[in-house]
Design a protein around this ligand. Structure first.
Ligand code: NAD
Ligand code: MG
Length: 393
């Protein structure tokens, strides 16, 4: 029996994870669940999965959850705040942690899971973007197991040899081909992007996801964050990672080898596949995803990305080349700008303008400690906040 903590249980990834777990009650048991503010949803999940502990974002949310659980006669222990999140991630009573909180808020609990040597199913790419070297060092030092949930990285993981051990040169890897759908604005006239609405930006052609990552897909910042994620997960220099636009999202990514072979993972675009893959690795379990019918799809297309249409992608590559805390600056500025866009305080194209200004007006430094990274994150948020305020006026 694997005992599981889900950080971000009420989100898109959290709900898909519970869907897979519910198909295998004999193999998996939920130890703890977390949600930020959706207490009704969390109470329903507690009723169904009977976790020992549930963590929410505030004392007020905890009070409301306690009432809801009492009404349902449930004995789940209710806690709140970051220390409680770290505690359910590192507890001796859990084996596996699904890291599915969105954004920088996921860093501390995911790092706590790494330091406790857990099996980590990593969806929260922002944590790795912010603190790549420090996070990977913690994973190795404490013997944690890191399995990628992001569909592209899970595909790359499946397409690399088992003997790979983070030495792409030794394994004969020529290129990592990171596929991207191109999002909802792949073919839209560039000059109209200034005026798109949050709902248009969140209407992804292939995937149903949370709103932040949906906007990231529309700007292609998501692919930029994924390039940085691939760099850390697979020890691959930026030059080895190539972004390929593939609008159908059937090929989830590929590895190209020096002998000319290309290995890919294909499937219907449904996050339950990588979730089931990581949960059961190295075994296979059913995920609820329908088998791929290639003849009904018929055509797969591929294009080079247009960096002028998607400046966020170029900014992400730039931050990876700069190194140190530059990706943390990029990530924090992006989180603030996307939130402001979702709240209709700035336009869609302002997102890349805010990020570029934060990156170019604030020095980056060595990412020497988590404290240094968090200080950089705070500075970038403040800088992005004042740029947003200026634009919103
Ligand atoms: P979501 O917005 O649907 O859910 C986010 C979850 O995090 C919720 O449970 C929410 O309660 C929790 N949360 C939000 N803010 C929090 C805070 N400040 N403190 C603690 N908890 C907080 O997001 P999602 O689409 O499920 O994405 C989650 C993560 O997985 C992101 O990092 C995203 O990039 C990554 N990811 C998602 C998908 C996808 O298909 N949805 C695919 C690949 C990677
Ligand atoms: Mg992805």
């Amino acid at each position: 029996m694997q005992r599981i903590t889900i950080l971000g249980a009420t989100g898109s990834i959290g709900v898909s994870t519970l869907d897979v777990l519910a198909r295998h009650p004999d193999q998996y048991q939920v130890y703890a669940l977390s949600a930020h503010s959706k207490v009704e949803e969390l109470a329903e999940q507690c009723a169904r999965f009977r976790p020992a502990r549930a963590v929410v974002g505030s004392a007020d949310a905890a009070a409301r959850l306690t009432v809801l659980l009492r009404e349902r006669d449930l004995r789940t222990q209710v806690e709140h705040g970051e220390a409680a999140l770290c505690s359910i991630a590192a507890s001796a009573d859990t084996d596996t942690v699904m890291a599915a909180i969105v954004g920088a808020a996921g860093l501390a609990p995911t790092l706590a899971a790494a330091r406790a040597g857990k099996k980590i199913l990593l969806a929260n790419k922002e944590a790795l973007v912010m603190s790549g070297q420090l996070f990977m060092d913690a994973v190795h030092e404490h013997g944690a197991t890191l399995l990628p949930i992001d569909s592209e990285h899970n595909a790359i993981f499946q397409s690399l040899p088992q003997s790979y051990a983070r030495q792409p040169g030794a394994a004969g890897v020529a290129k990592i081909l990171l596929t991207a759908s191109g999002g909802p604005f792949l073919n839209r006239a560039v000059e109209t992007l200034e005026h798109v609405t949050p709902d248009e930006a969140c209407k992804h052609p292939n995937w149903v996801m949370g709103r932040k990552i949906s906007v990231d897909s529309a700007t292609m910042m998501n692919k930029g964050l994924e390039v940085i994620e691939a760099h850390w997960l697979f020890g691959a220099p930026a030059a080895l990672i190539e972004v390929v636009i593939h609008p159908q999202s059937v090929i989830h990514s590929m590895v190209s080898y020096v002998d000319g072979s290309v290995i890919a993972e294909l499937g219907n675009p449904d996050m339950r596949t990588p979730i089931a893959n990581a949960l059961a690795f190295p075994e296979r379990i059913e995920s609820g995803v329908a088998q791929l019918d290639l003849t009904s799809i018929g055509t797969l297309q591929f294009y080079k990305p247009d960096f002028a249409r998607f400046p966020c992608l170029a900014l992400a590559f730039e931050s990876l080349e700069a190194g140190g805390t530059a990706p943390a600056l990029l990530n924090a500025a992006n989180e603030v700008a996307v939130q402001a866009f979702l709240e209709r305080r700035i336009g869609f194209r302002d997102i890349d303008r805010v990020i570029a200004r934060v990156m170019h007006e604030n020095p980056h430094e060595a990412a020497s400690s988590i404290g240094a990274v968090m200080a950089c994150d705070a500075r970038a948020r403040a800088a992005a906040g004042s740029i947003v305020a200026g634009l919103a006026r």
